[in-house]
Ligand binder design. Structure first.
Ligand code: DAT
Ligand code: MG
Length: 152
């Protein structure tokens, strides 16, 4: 299917520390998305700078790098129909106070600097960010037996 996309999701240090990895992955799985890559890692400053390069120079950038490198993150490669947009919708707005209820940030977060989750925001960003976090041999293409009950 042409509209099947793979996107990068990070469960940020606050999500890992708060024991919300399972909760957040569960929401993505229940949505119908498929995990094709998954690991726990500690982001170093070099990787943080590359991952957040679009935000270099913004006032919140130093705090953002400090936060994302402060404790392990869970990285996932998530595949599905329109997964980039669907993941972003499942995450909710950047600032949890503006995020709708039913979203990860709206249900589980309070503070823009502790918003639990990252999702790539475009096909170009997804392709780039996936290469930052996963080698091609770490992505697993697999057939899901329930696929026909999730997408037409
Ligand atoms: P998103 O994570 O929704 O894609 P973004 O790419 O604009 O949001 O920003 C990346 C992260 O930077 C965001 O998840 C939290 C932090 N951030 C963004 N805007 C901020 C702000 N005004 N103050 C503090 N942190 C901010
Ligand atoms: Mg972003």
């Amino acid at each position: 299917m042409a509209d099947v996309q793979t996107t990068l999701v990070l469960i940020k240090p606050d999500g890992v520390q708060r024991g919300l990895v399972g909760e957040i992955i569960g929401r993505l799985e229940r949505r119908g998305l498929k995990i094709v890559g998954m690991k726990l890692l500690q982001i170093d400053e070099a990787l943080a700078n590359r991952h957040y390069e679009a935000h270099v120079g913004k006032p919140f950038f130093p705090g953002l790098v400090q936060f994302i490198t402060s404790s392990p993150v869970a990285a996932l490669a998530i595949q599905g129909k329109n997964s980039i947009e669907v993941v972003r919708q499942t995450m909710g707005a950047t600032d949890p106070k503006a995020a709708g209820s039913g979203t990860v940030r709206g249900d589980l977060g309070l503070d823009i600097g502790r918003n639990l989750v990252h999702g790539s925001d475009s096909p170009e960003a997804a392709a780039h960010e996936l290469t930052l976090f996963f080698g091609s041999d770490e992505l697993v293409e697999w057939e899901r037996s329930v696929e026909a009950w999730i997408t037409e």
